[in-house]
Design a protein around this ligand. Structure first.
Ligand SMILES: NC(=O)c1ccc[n+]([C@@H]2O[C@H](COP(=O)([O-])OP(=O)(O)OC[C@H]3O[C@@H](n4cnc5c(N)ncnc54)[C@H](O)[C@@H]3O)[C@@H](O)[C@H]2O)c1
Length: 287
C-alpha cells in the first residue's frame, strides 16, 4: 500500500496513547478514521479533537475481547465508509508481574482476552472483507518489545503470541496471493496510560498480598518513570504510517533495544538458558 490519502483506517484502542498517536498520524496523511475503544467518553474527546482539526472521523464504542462487538464494529465501518483499508489491532492492557503459577486465572482471561483474542477478533472480522474488497489493504498488530525478548509474566506471553499470530497472518495472506500487508509493532516504552489499564477491567483485580504490596508499588513507580520518559505516541504513529507505505513487517521504534532481541536469538542457537542479557541504560533499574 503506497499511498494513504483517502483510505479508511480502523484503530482499536484509538482513544488513548499509541492508538491516538496513530490516529493523528493517519489524519495528517489524509486518511478517514474509525476509532474504536471501550472507554466511550475518552473516545468522544479524541474524536472531537481530531474532527476539530479537519479529520473525517467516527468513534465506535467496542470491546475487542468480544467477537460480536468487533463484528458490529466492522459492520458500522463498512456502512459509514464503504471500505476498510488499514486495521490497527492496537487495544491492549497490562497487569502486575506475579509469577505465572501465582497469577489468578482472572488475570489470564482478561489480558489474553484483550491482547491476543482482541487481535484475532479484528483479523477474523476485517480480513475477509479486505480480501473481498480487492484493494491493497494492511493490518498492523500492536505487540511489544516484550514479544521479542525473553518473556516475563502474562503480558510478555500475550505479546509473544501476537508476534506469532502476525507472522502466521503474513505468511497465510502471502501464500493466498492476497494484497493485504501485515506489520507487527514492537515498541519499548511509550508515554501512555498503559499502567492504568485496570481502569478498563470488567471485574476488580485482586489486590497484591500484604507482604508483596510494597514491592509491587516500588516496581510500579519505576515503570511509571520509564513510561513517562518514553517516546511520544505521535512519533510511533508516524513510524507506523511510514511502515504501512513501505510494507515493513517488524516495526521497532526503539532500535537501541535491538541487542536484547539479538541476545534472545543467540541463546536459542547456542543452546543457552533464556536469561535476558545486558539491558539498555533505561532498563537497568528493572534488574
Ligand atoms: N506504552 C508502552 O510503553 C507500550 C509498550 C509496548 C506496547 N504497548 C502496547 O500498545 C498498545 C496500546 O497501549 P497504550 O500504551 O497506548 O495504552 P493506553 O492505556 O494509553 O491505551 C490503550 C487503549 O486501549 C483501550 N482498551 C483497553 N481495553 C480495551 C478493550 N477491551 N476493547 C477496546 N479498547 C480497549 C483503552 O481504553 C485505551 O484507550 C497496547 O497493546 C500495549 O500493550 C505499549
Amino acid at each position: 500500500m503506497k499511498d494513504l490519502t483517502g483510505k479508511v483506517a480502523v484503530v482499536t484502542g484509538g482513544a488513548s496513547g499509541i492508538g491516538r498517536g496513530m490516529a493523528e498520524a493517519f489524519a495528517a496523511s489524509g486518511m478517514k478514521l474509525a476509532l474504536a475503544d471501550i472507554e466511550a467518553e475518552v473516545l468522544e474527546v479524541a474524536v472531537s479533537a481530531l474532527a476539530g482539526n479537519g479529520a473525517d472521523v467516527i468513534g465506535i464504542p467496542c470491546d475487542v475481547a468480544d467477537a460480536t462487538s468487533v463484528g458490529s464494529l466492522r459492520d458500522e465501518v463498512l456502512s459509514r465508509f464503504g471500505a476498510a483499508h488499514v486495521l490497527c489491532n492496537n487495544a491492549g492492557v497490562g497487569t502486575g508481574g506475579d509469577p505465572i503459577w501465582e497469577a489468578p486465572l482472572e488475570d489470564w482471561d482478561w489480558v489474553m482476552g484483550v491482547n491476543l483474542m482482541g487481535v484475532l477478533h479484528g483479523i477474523r472480522s476485517f480480513v475477509p472483507a479486505m480480501i473481498e474488497q480487492g484493494d491493497p489493504c494492511h493490518v498492523v498488530n500492536t505487540a511489544s518489545i516484550a514479544g521479542l525478548v525473553h518473556g516475563r509474566g502474562i503480558y510478555g506471553i500475550s505479546k509473544h503470541a501476537v508476534v506469532a499470530l502476525s507472522e502466521t497472518l503474513f505468511n497465510e495472506l502471502r501464500e493466498g496471493g492476497h494484497d493485504v500487508g501485515v506489520s507487527v509493532l514492537c515498541p519499548g516504552f511509550v508515554r501512555t496510560r498503559i499502567l492504568e489499564s485496570e481502569r478498563n477491567r470488567p471485574e476488580a483485580p485482586r489486590p497484591a498480598p500484604g507482604e508483596r504490596a510494597a514491592q509491587v508499588e516500588m516496581m510500579r513507580q519505576i515503570m511509571a518513570n520509564l513510561i513517562e520518559g518514553g517516546l511520544d505516541p505521535v512519533v510511533v504513529g508516524r513510524l507506523v504510517a511510514d511502515s504501512i507505505c513501505e510494507g515493513r513487517f517488524y516495526v521497532l521504534p526503539h532500535p537501541h533495544w535491538n541487542n536484547m532481541i539479538e541476545h534472545r536469538m543467540r541463546t536459542i542457537l547456542d543452546g543457552e538458558d533464556p536469561i535476558n542479557g545486558p539491558m539498555p541504560g533505561e532498563l537497568q533499574e528493572l534488574g
